[in-house]
Design a protein around this ligand. Structure first.
Ligand code: 2RA
Length: 353
């Protein structure tokens, strides 16, 4: 019988993209598609495959008969409800941080470690954080060939990584600043936002995001690192299966609505060349290589947002670091970074049910 797919968190920013993916991809002949959300959103109707589906409230019974449940809800909601879904017989694919580092929960990017899907003693599979995910297709492909040893990355993360409230805030800041008769210079941003009724105390970001960059994403962890930076380190190690991979990350929020970018400095055990890296990227179906420096062609969020593949460019052999490549990656954080990867795991799982 056709597998039943549930979507928990159907009305959020990522949930909305998941529904778009369900409506546009026909790789799996799903049976029922059940939409689940908080009681606040229950009763809403959402068009799925041409029919209005009524969102139901999260409850243990909501998982009865479900084969695969994709979760995109806050950590504490997943922590409580993914095990309940599993108890009721579903495999939960969770996009929160609740289970990513659990040794009994695989952390899966299908083109890198699809083999881990069957290794799920808790009935839960985790989806990586969007920042890590955006560079996994490229690093996984390079690692297979050259053996990754060290990774130094800086992220340029879009507002939508922080959810709908963060998107709304960026738009509100842009219109408050753009609406001024005289151009606002960077130094005036805080005062102008304050005067427009947008104090930083009301913002999901710790500083103005419009006309600015903010070297902060996530929460404070030991020794000044942010949760986001530690996720890049821990998750990259787990997905690539390199427990001692040396990783150093700096995560920065930029005034982009959607699509995370990363500047990657990756050192390998074996000799690497730009030409060999280009060939590897070109052979990977989930990567689009845009790398023509003479023509100033490289990936930018504005040129690829809404697309499924990761875009890679600016590939250079580091001048002063042996066996090292520098490159720039852009990945739509709501698609491959969240909804699409979760859905791709569901597709892989459906093949194995
Ligand atoms: C962010 N990576 O961009 C987070 C979202 N999961 O804020």
């Amino acid at each position: 019988t056709a597998p039943v797919l549930a979507l928990v968190g159907a009305t959020g920013a990522v949930g909305t993209v998941m529904i778009d993916i369900i409506n546009t991809r026909s790789t799996v002949p799903w049976g029922e598609i059940r939409l689940i959300a908080s009681p606040r959103s229950a009763g809403k109707k959402i068009n799925v495959r041409g029919q209005d589906v009524t969102v139901i409230a999260l409850s243990p019974e909501a998982f009865d008969g479900v084969d695969i449940a994709m979760f995109d809800v806050p950590d504490e909601v997943s922590a409580e409800w993914a095990p309940i879904a599993a108890e009721r017989g579903a495999v939960a694919i969770d996009n929160s941080g609740a289970f990513r580092m659990d040794a009994d929960v695989p952390l899966v990017v299908p083109e890198v470690n699809a083999d881990q899907i069957n290794n799920r003693p808790r009935g839960i599979i985790a989806n990586p954080n969007c920042t890590t995910l955006s560079m996994m297709a490229s690093l996984g492909a390079l690692h297979r060939e050259f053996e990754l040893k060290e990774l130094v990355v800086a992220s340029y993360q879009a507002a939508s990584g922080g959810g709908q409230a963060a998107i709304d805030r960026l738009y509100a800041e842009i219109s408050a600043l753009a609406g001024k008769e005289v151009g606002v210079v960077a130094g005036d941003v805080r005062e102008t936002l304050e005067a427009a009724g947008l104090p930083i105390s009301d913002s999901p970001f710790p500083a103005p995001l419009a006309l600015n960059v903010v070297p902060w994403a996530g929460s404070l962890k030991d020794d000044g690192w942010t949760s986001e930076e530690l996720k890049v380190r821990n998750e990259a190690r787990k997905i690539l299966g390199i427990p001692d991979l040396k990783v150093s990350a700096t995560c920065v929020r930029v005034p982009v609505v959607t699509t995370h970018s990363l500047s990657v400095h990756a050192t390998f055990a074996r000799e690497v060349t730009v030409e060999a890296a280009h060939k590897i990227f070109e052979a990977q179906p989930s990567i689009v290589l845009v790398d023509d420096p003479a023509a100033k062609r490289f990936p930018t969020p504005a040129d690829m947002v809404g697309e499924d593949p990761t875009y890679v460019g600016r590939v250079r052999q580091a001048l002063d670091f042996p066996n090292t490549l520098d490159f720039f990656v852009c990945g739509d954080n709501l698609r491959k970074g969240a909804a699409l990867n979760t859905y791709e795991v569901a597709e892989e799982l459906a093949k194995r049910l």
